[in-house]
Design a protein around this ligand. Structure first.
Ligand SMILES: [Zn+2]
Length: 424
């Protein structure tokens, strides 16, 4: 038994489990290996921090536009006057629309789209995967649909409107641009690219790295032909990522949202898949998730280009566990709490980070009997003491900054095991 996953990814993903390693003899579906290779070899420089500005993004991508394989069109501008651009690849009969970062603080797929554009621009002519996509698809990407939100790394646009709740009214220039492009190309397929809350786990499973959804087009969540195609494409993605992610994938809630773009795209005739990037341990800048999005999107585009999605079982999608919200990032379970040198008291402690991806700004969640509480991570501190520093009023409580050291003994200078937070 060996992993088919190419060697260069083995060190790139040290923290991923591989519960479903593929036997060497098994036929690998397109495009897992190819996707990893594209993600590594054609990674665009200058997007190493997941917070980047509109200017930084388009500057990093600029060299790709020297290629005559890539089209660049200014579609319009945001409320603050930043250009919203379409990047087009290929000239085939099937039209595909991908848009990212309509929520300004959800940047993972914008990085992945940049890498795909770079690959498309600079891959050798003999790259048959690129040629297949170019011949059969016309791909339109709108990376960073909400540049004003991206500038501040916030969800909404400049006037506080969530663009993904503006599909019906299209009051925002950003929403109008997206609707206008969809209508003008009559997109057959759509990819709605987001980052979800990082405190999300699959039912009875670990924290979710990637969640997928073929959004509903009506209250009954019925499976018309448009939504069914999206379901099959989502199944291709789930099957491709399974060897890398296993149980770290989930299905997003499919309740019909009449104001949202994904749901309306489906209504307008565009088979749309939602991809939500969540959290991977040890990936604070979402650079591994960036690669996984490249793998997901390449496999989906290939399946659409070849028509292979039509025969694909939906099982890999249908059997994904549902996304469930967790309220805490970390639980310290089994210890005793000492506050400012007082008597120890049996207490579990929950922690929530202000930035749950970067794990900075720890604050207390609930304190007490948390044996049944769920969290992203758990630390067993049985027989250890949690030496907590009191806040300015002499207490600790939920919502306050957490400053504590786990020690083996009662004494303030006993052996430290782990610590969190600091007072200014
Ligand atoms: Zn979002």
């Amino acid at each position: 038994m060996r992993l088919i996953r190419p060697a260069w990814t083995l060190c790139a993903l040290p923290l991923l489990a591989h519960p479903f390693a593929v036997p060497a003899a098994a036929q690998e579906p397109c495009c897992r290996s190819a996707g990893w290779e594209v993600a590594e070899r054609y990674r665009v420089e200058g997007l190493d921090d997941r917070r980047f500005t509109h200017e930084q993004y388009w500057k990093a991508l600029a060299p790709a536009f020297d290629s005559d394989r890539i089209g660049l069109t200014r579609l319009g501008e945001s409320l603050e006057g930043r250009a919203i651009n379409a990047v087009t690849l290929g000239s085939g009969p099937v039209t595909v629309l991908l848009w990212s970062q309509m929520h300004g603080d959800e940047s993972t797929a914008s990085m992945s789209l940049a890498d795909l554009v770079n690959w498309f621009a600079s891959a050798p002519a003999a790259d048959t995967l690129r040629q297949t996509l170019a011949d059969r698809l016309t791909i339109t990407m709108i990376p960073m649909l909400n540049p004003d939100g991206a500038e501040r790394f916030v969800r909404e646009n400049r006037v506080g409107i969530d663009i993904n709740r503006d599909a019906r009214r299209t009051a925002t220039p950003e929403g109008r641009i997206l609707r206008g492009v969809r209508d003008s190309i009559e997109a057959d397929f759509g990819f709605n690219l987001h980052d979800q809350g990082t405190r999300t786990a699959g039912e009875d499973g670990p924290v979710v790295a990637i969640a997928l959804l073929a959004p509903a087009a009506d209250e009954e969540r019925s499976w018309g032909p448009v939504r069914q195609s999206a379901r099959q494409v989502a199944a291709v993605i789930a099957a491709t990522l399974e060897p890398d992610l296993g149980q770290r994938m989930a299905r997003y809630d499919d309740e019909f949202t009449p104001r949202a773009f994904g749901d309306n795209m489906q209504l307008w005739g565009t088979s749309t898949v939602l991809i939500e990037s969540g959290l991977l341990a040890g990936d604070p800048q979402k650079q591994e998730l960036r690669k996984l999005n490249v793998v997901a999107l390449l496999s989906a585009l290939h399946a659409i280009a070849t028509g292979e999605y039509e025969d694909h079982s939906t099982e890999a999608y249908d059997e994904l566990p549902m996304n469930l919200s967790l309220s805490n990032d970390l639980l310290l379970l089994g210890g005793e709490l000492i506050l400012g040198g007082g008597e120890p008291i049996r207490a579990d402690v929950a922690i929530r980070y202000e930035d749950a991806v970067a794990r900075t700004g720890p604050r207390y969640g609930e304190i007490g009997d948390l044996a049944d509480v769920a969290a992203v991570d758990t630390l067993d501190v049985t027989e250890m003491l949690l030496h907590a520093e009191p806040g300015s009023d002499g207490t600790i409580r939920a919502g306050e900054a957490a400053v504590l050291t786990v020690r083996r003994g009662r004494e303030a200078d006993s052996d430290p095991v782990w610590s969190i937070g600091k007072r200014d």
